[in-house]
Design a protein around this ligand. Sequence first.
Ligand SMILES: *Cc1c(COP(=O)(O)O)cnc(C)c1O
Length: 428
Amino acid sequence: MMTPLEFDQKHLWHPYTNVEKPGPTFVVKSAEGVWLTLDDGTKVIDAMSSWWCMLHGHKHPKITKAIHDQLDVMPHVMFGGLTHDPAIELGKKLLEITPSTMQRIFYCDSGSVAVEVAMKMAVQYQHALGFEGRSKFATVRSGYHGDTWKAMSVCDPDTGMHHLFQGALAVEHFIDRPPITIDETWNEEPSANGLSELRAIFEAHGKEIAAFILEPVVQGTGGMYFYHPEYLNQARALCDEFGILLIFDEIATGFGRLGKMFATDFCAIEPDIMCLGKALTGGHISFATTMTNDRVAQTIGNGSPGIFMHGPTFMANPLACVAAKASLDLLAEGDWQSQTANIAAQLQTELAPARELPGVADVRIIGAIGVIEMKHTVSADQAHGMVKENGVYLRPFGKNIYSMPPFVSSPDEVSKIASAMIKLAKVL
Ligand SMILES: *Cc1c(COP(=O)(O)O)cnc(C)c1O
């Protein structure tokens, strides 16, 4: 007889793992609030918010109740030719909180699909205007937009999967990540602020570029880098000058994580298309959405063939819609603002000593995100080895030891996370 873990290691593929050498894996029996309970009864804090989704903590009673209630009414129905209250009520809620020009909502299953949809919208928009040649994309380095085919083509070409899938992957236009960080003073000199490089790529290739896609203010999986929002204001103007759409991938940054509802709220401008995912349902069930303005939607609608060419089987799944609505209702109560501000202040103080450690390159905090960037690549497996003794689940990647704690984490829980991060920074 195999143990459950032995079965898992023999048969189940995990994200970005070697099937033959899967590395340490924990069996989670249950999860509540910020705590995961493992099969041996050990409780550990989920300092990752389960990949940045679980804003209000695991198994939130309001979200699980919404899903339970909907389960008894209608777990699913196709969205082709049919609609339902959960989709409509969620739509109303999304319009209330997203940037005002975001008026058209496309529901989909996961973040990567939301990015695929956004990129297809951009190509169809250009096509509708008669610009058939505009099917490429511009983006910045150290970005991450998902694992599906087209999303992968705009992920960082060095840390992403470009080498492996070379030849099969469309070649897009990359420029350096915005050079001025959010903590630095903005520099109007285009050669210093990255905008001259953006202009140069638009001048050279603008006629083949459908859209400029990037993660606003905070780059997540590609490097945990925080840059100046003025870059986005000026990029907007350049996009307009060259007829290029602006896509914000807010899948990681949306729903209060940065201390504002959206990263776009740091800017004076709005994108043409915006992708939301991850924390949309408070992390309880897979869901995402691509939103756009009237101009893009109408242009596609008035072009040929008019219809937008996408429609997932589980589009607008009612269980996901009610979970998302319940999560947005929780956000509307407003506690997230003080919660993220308190977490930020506490991480500032408690991660500061890491700056003195020899292996540490940088420590940075924005909203409920704390990052210790090391001078070298760190081992997630080695970090896993310390999970039980530290009582904190952390999963570093690249050079970054980071946490995005659930907003409901108490000061004591945030302290445990901060000291576990510092401990890792000392040994990894
Ligand atoms: C996680 C992420 C995605 C992909 O979302 P999935 O739900 O994993 O497909 C896309 N963009 C950004 C910025 C992300 O952080």
